[in-house]
Ligand binder design. Structure first.
Ligand code: GCU
Length: 138
């Protein structure tokens, strides 16, 4: 099953803002976490069945310093201090994948900045395996 994309600018945003002042984002913009500990973006995603699923965050970090975030699923932190290292500049996007357990149906995935620098700029999350990593069907 191919991954489903969820745009950050369409998610629930706390202490962040939708922005378009850099290039290379998908959708209509990205979220600029303000430089505040605890700022977050929360996505409502759907899973066909319960089980482990890769969650891939597409981000940019045009500084030299890591912008770690905690990832929670349905209110429980499932990965703390996930690193979002520097990208070449704010126009250059990278991906970070974490494997999480999802329940069947609707799930809330939240990415919360854990330092006063805030999170990286966040473009989207993709849930599920990328199409090009799946075994060929035969
Ligand atoms: C710059 C950049 C923003 C970014 C911010 C930050 O202002 O233009 O896109 O969000 O730095 O430090 O987070």
């Amino acid at each position: 099953r191919a991954a489903t994309d969820y745009q950050a600018e369409d998610a629930t945003i706390s202490q962040g803002a939708v922005a378009t002042n850099h290039t290379g984002y998908t959708g209509t913009g990205f979220v600029d976490y303000t430089n505040i500990t605890g700022s977050y973006v929360e996505f409502t995603v759907s899973a066909a069945s319960a089980g482990a699923s890769p969650v891939t965050l597409r981000y940019a970090n045009g500084t030299a310093v890591d912008r770690p975030m905690d990832l929670s699923v349905n209110g429980t932190v499932v990965a703390s201090g996930v690193t979002f290292p520097a990208t070449a500049d704010w126009n250059t996007w990278a991906t970070k994948s974490v494997n999480v357990q999802l329940g069947a149906g609707s799930n809330k995935i939240r990415a919360t900045a854990t330092t006063a620098n805030g999170g990286p700029n966040l473009d989207r999350v993709s849930v599920g395996a990328a199409a090009d990593t799946q075994a060929p069907s035969r």
